[in-house]
Design a protein around this ligand. Sequence first.
Ligand code: ADP
Ligand code: XUL
Length: 557
Amino acid sequence: MEELSLPQDSYFLGFDSSTQSLKATVLDSNLNIVNSELVHFDTELPHYKTKDGVYRDPSDNGRIVSPTLMWVEALDLMLQKLSKKLDFGKIAAVSGSGQQHGSVYWKSGSSAILSSLDPKKALVDQLGSAFSVKESPIWMDSSTTAQCREIEKAVGGALELARLTGSRAHERYTGPQIRKIFETQPEVYHDTERISLVSSFVASLLIGSYACIDETDGAGMNLMDIKQRAWSKIALEATAPNLEEKLGKLAPAHAVAGSIASYFVERFHFNKNCLVVQWSGDNPNSLAGLTLNTPGDLAISVGTSDTVFGITKEPQPRLEGHVFPNPVDPENYMVMLVYKNGSLTREDVRNRYAEKSWEVFNKYLQQTPPLNGGKMGFYYKEHEILPPLPVGFHRYVLENFSGNTLEGVNEKEVEEFDHPSEVRALIEGQFLSMRAHAERFGMPSPPKRIIATGGASANQSILSSIASIFGCDVYTVKRPDSASLGAALRAAHGWLCSKKGSFVPISSLYKDKLEKTSLSCKLSVNAGDKQLVSKYALFMEKRVEIENRLVQKLGRW
Ligand code: ADP
Ligand code: XUL
């Protein structure tokens, strides 16, 4: 069989329409980054008067929105900037990422505006009246608690909704946001002919008609049955009337949304055959950008917040994380876990117990034994979401813990540890929590490999702890723009699937040549000792028990 390959001398363009900026990354057909660009909303589009890309109204119950038209004007500006350094005629396919959950409300009659854009004018000058809601609710919004509880109740509870849609109801999710608009502004809701996510919204601009919502980002709405990858009737009914017709159809992420609209061919000289591949969420595309592609692949991002992404065939949705379809393989799912206490909490512990120095922090980590002599800690400098617990530090010593059995092991709560043990308890605690929750969500154990990214992945001692707790090799990668890079990679993948006329595994794109591309990652630490991995499993079991008790006492699932 003839091997499919990307066309030589062509480009793949990936965007990331995120909270503070619109970014772009361009890959060539060898998957090397040849260009990147950024439009920063606050500074380059100051007339919208956003702060960090958003409007916050502290008096309004957690409402956080962004002006929809600003995203349109950002695309105008981005294309202008890119056109100075890139031959658009060589772009074979475009795709993009959107901040997840944010939504756009197209006013009745707007599809006609979208399909007849005048290439002599900017987009922003033509779409001013296209939206029934001018300020899009975004992922930072937390004003829909009442709607979350109503929706969970209507589908039979939070866990039931999680099993059905991949997540319990979250304030930022699109379903609760839509319900709030329906409840508080019914006339606006009825005057809306289409609701897009940020991802499908920008794709719609590029194809000049309403793009489908992709199945991956669609899972961030509390509206899609994740097993069927179809809108769930019961979730739709629990949210708002006549919703299905306003959402349009779902499509797999690797599908083509359409060819680029003539507007862009005439105004920016795109090739008329340039494909627009379905856009998706920034987290799913980051997973693609980190080259995670088969079950057992796990990524840990240790940044301001800590995030875990993994691929599994058999997800077990629960209350504390999220399941989305995998954007590069319709057979599999991605699990996402998000922690609020990440690097800032590590810095806090470093400052209190390790002389404000990573060097001392690492020395303490190296001089203390794995399993920390049974000392276990929970460190929440910020209100945590995983598990849902308030600010506070909790420390326990497991008495008689040898790592071989939990029989006869009792825990005793203590006020503090010696300083080196505080450091180890913090690090072991965070990664044991990740391992426990990832396994409970159906991630294979041990993972096939872990890709670590984010600021703290520069720390070799932390990476060693990850390898010994999870029991697998840890690779590192520097990927500041993984969402737009992942989008560009997905543009190439979608192009290949379209050429073949059916799905092709994404690995065929970079088979044998990954190391030579901008996507390569490097092996940092080898898998840990197997015996220790099973001792950590027992330590973890105890941790989960204590965590559940803490949640019952202080938090809520
Ligand atoms: P963001 O999530 O905001 O993009 P980064 O991924 O850049 O942030 O991570 C920044 C964090 O990385 C800093 O807050 C810092 O605590 C952490 N960091 C940087 N170097 C180290 C190190 N050697 N060890 C542990 N943490 C580090
Ligand atoms: C994910 C989420 C954020 C946004 C950021 O659930 O809300 O990560 O996707 O853009």
